[in-house]
Design a protein around this ligand. Structure first.
Ligand code: ZN
Ligand code: ZN
Ligand code: ZN
Length: 472
């Protein structure tokens, strides 16, 4: 593995061989929560998936309004002339564009990725040591029904890129690595936007209580510490949702990664280990009100909750969506206050509150789909102040989840300035909340405390909303 550090990429990890794991990554220095372990500015392969082509820029991967389509192929969209020009030259669109132009439909994401690699990185001739050392599970995949699909995709990529047929073996080998090692690129609200294959980061092994996580800031990829990691310790990420029960996690890992997880949580069927040295967040604790309200909530099955969330979201009903999101936030078991999944949930909550804040009082849209929730409770919330509270929380937590220099944090700060301005003619509340932002025990706490209590009351109605959907 090539560990040459270039100016634009930084590593605090080295490859190490581990009994029972094979290759893995070890920390080369002590790391704090939120520290960057590996930063890759230009992953080996990163591309926008078909469903997100009109949502994010195909070069910088940021969600922006007014994207412009490539006039040649009409497949990819860019946010600026500068992104278009970088994509044309550096990311190889110059070579792909004429191929896309001739095709009636947009190729599947994996095939587009392979075409790009075949054209730009000449991957076909022989396995590149960059990815060949990764586990490909070729023999196991060969026995599965996905195998036909892998071969089809490899053949399609060879045909469309105009490569020679003899490349097929290498392309299939690469596709197998991608199938087990690729990452999903997501926006801060968890919307999936792309596919990323970066062999270096893929060397990290799995644990159901990981000490690191992969995050994206646009097209930049970060392996970031979730916990304090000592120099020399192995770095683990999770390949599955760590909040699922052990049986579910084990089944998913076996089906997709062909091994049995022997991590501490799987061995003892236990929860997440408590975090040491983690700085608590009094502001988040005020919202979560730990040990008080959460324990009283029933525990609907995880998939039920997700189905309900996508149901209300697809109907564009902000109130029930908000209630279900609040429920998810209050019941999530993550130990770190800044856990990226929690930060993402908070951000999704913020977005629903923004929609509600713009509705005039008594507007029907405000109440749509939330039959089980008392009207008065929904009407009583000061959504402008609520958005300020959640933004203050996000700005406190996001430096450790998304990075102090991330576009996400810059956007949050910009939004907060706008809300503070909006609050000015509305009395002292905006100012008091800003004092609370500076000092968690300031007087403004009583405003946030009031809103957070309303949120917890709302979350208690989620159960009926979730049941409604699962009954359909
Ligand atoms: Zn762009
Ligand atoms: Zn084009
Ligand atoms: Zn495990």
């Amino acid at each position: 593995m090539d560990f040459n550090t270039s100016k634009s990429e930084s590593y605090a990890a080295r490859v190490e061989s581990y009994a029972g794991f094979g290759n893995g990554l070890a920390a080369t220095q002590d790391l704090k929560e939120g520290d960057v372990i590996i930063r890759v500015n230009n992953p080996f392969l990163i591309l926008v998936e078909k469903a997100a082509l009109e949502l994010v820029c195909s070069q910088c991967f940021y969600e922006k309004h007014g994207l412009k389509r490539c006039s040649g192929c009409k497949v990819v969209w860019y946010c600026s002339a500068s992104c278009q020009s970088t994509a044309w030259k550096a990311s190889g669109h110059k070579l792909e564009c004429p191929i896309y132009q001739r095709l009636p439909d947009v190729l599947p994401t994996e095939v587009r990725g392979l075409v790009n690699l075949l054209l730009c990185k000449e991957i076909g001739t022989k396995p590149d040591p960059k990815w060949a050392s990764l586990e490909g599970h070729v023999a196991s995949l060969r026995k599965q029904k996905e195998w036909n699909n892998i071969v089809l995709q490899a053949n399609a990529a060879i045909k469309y890129s105009g490569s020679v047929d003899t490349y097929i073996e290498t392309v299939v080998e690469l596709l197998c690595r991608m199938a087990t090692n690729a990452f999903r690129v997501t926006l801060p609200d968890s919307t999936e936007t792309g596919l990323c294959f970066e062999p270096l980061v893929s060397l990290a092994n799995h644990s159901c209580d990981p000490n690191a996580i992969v995050m994206f800031d646009g097209r930049k990829m970060f392996l970031r510490a979730l916990k304090f990691i000592d120099e020399g310790d192995q770095i683990f990420i999770s390949y599955v949702d760590t909040t699922s029960p052990r049986d579910v996690r084990q089944a998913e890992i076996q089906a997709s990664y062909f091994f049995t997880c022997k991590c501490e949580r799987c061995t003892n069927n236990s929860g997440f280990a408590p975090v040491v040295n983690s700085k608590p967040s009094p502001r988040l604790d005020l919202l979560l009100d730990r040990g008080n309200s959460i324990a009283q909530y029933p525990d609907p099955k995880e998939t039920k909750v997700r189905n309900a969330l996508s149901h209300y979201r697809s109907k564009d009903d902000p109130s029930p969506t908000l209630v279900v999101l609040l429920y998810i936030l209050l019941t999530s078991p993550y130990v770190q206050p800044h856990h990226p999944v929690r930060v993402s949930t908070l951000y999704q909550i913020y977005r629903q509150i923004c929609i509600l804040a713009t509705h005039p009082e008594g507007d029907e849209k405000l109440l749509a789909g939330a039959e089980h929730v008392p009207k008065k409770l929904l009407m009583d919330i000061d959504y402008i102040s609520a958005s300020q509270c959640i933004l203050i929380l996000l700005i406190e937590l996001a430096p450790k989840s998304h990075g102090a220099n991330s576009q996400f944090l810059r956007n949050l700060s910009r939004d907060l300035s706008a809300i503070v301005e909006l609050q000015e003619p509305r009395g002292e509340v905006g100012e008091k909340l800003q004092e609370w932002a500076m000092d968690a025990s300031a007087e403004g706490k009583m405003y946030s405390n009031h809103i957070f209590a309303q949120f917890r009351e709302l979350a208690a109605y989620a159960f009926k909303l979730i049941e409604d959907v699962s009954g359909v």
